[in-house]
Design a binder for this molecule. Structure first.
Ligand SMILES: Cc1cc2nc3c(=O)[nH]c(=O)nc-3n(C[C@H](O)[C@H](O)[C@H](O)COP(=O)(O)O)c2cc1C
Length: 169
């Protein structure tokens, strides 16, 4: 899809059908995270792919948003590996978020809906998945196809104008 159209048409999907996301599409989504830019190219991000009912239910129990999506990806990073700037600014969470953004856009490009979920209980999530040991979870991404009646929320069209956001010198 044309990029300008893609970034405008992508929206947070919150009503998923039970149609699974095809393996080839999942692979493309994961690849977009693999090639994402990271500070100093450290690549401190990790992905945990959840497709089984058991794993998705476990994640859902730790989240503040519940969408029953057929595919969820927990995006995390290794705080012992992330780049830290001289002034103390840490980049792991930023790196993980950029990888997450690339996955959302890649998904939209191949017709897969998604929602970034940041509202979750981090400690509960870490306790639920031993694979997150030593990692810091940044986002739970939901993926799938729209169920009947799914539509963008009102907030999707609610953006500040360019002149409120940009200053040019
Ligand atoms: C960092 C971040 C955290 C978010 N967390 C949640 C969340 O926990 N639950 C949810 O339903 N949506 C969440 N969203 C989606 C936003 O609410 C959504 O992107 C925003 O309202 C604009 O709508 P749109 O994505 O449809 O354009 C999150 C988005 C971002 C970028």
């Amino acid at each position: 899809m044309d990029f300008e159209k893609l970034v405008k048409e992508r929206y947070s999907l919150r009503k998923y059908s039970n149609r699974p996301v095809e393996r080839e599409k999942l692979d493309l989504i994961l690849e977009s995270a693999r090639v994402a830019p990271t500070a100093k190219n450290i690549q401190p991000h990790y992905l945990l792919v959840l497709q089984s009912e058991e794993a998705r239910k476990k994640a859902d129990a730790c989240m503040g948003s519940h969408f029953d999506a057929p595919l969820m990806i927990i995006v995390s990073y290794d705080p012992s590996a992330e780049f830290v700037r001289e002034d103390g600014q840490r980049f792991g969470e930023i790196d993980a978020t950029i990888a997450a953004t690339q996955m959302l856009l890649q998904a939209a490009d191949i017709g897969v809906g998604s929602c970034y979920v940041g509202l979750f209980d981090k400690n509960a999530l870490k306790q639920s998945f031993e694979e997150l040991s030593g990692l810091s979870p940044t986002a739970v991404l939901c993926f799938g196809y729209p169920d009947e009646g799914a539509h963008p929320s009102r907030l999707h069209g609610d953006r500040r104008s360019i002149d409120k956001m940009v200053k040019s010198l």
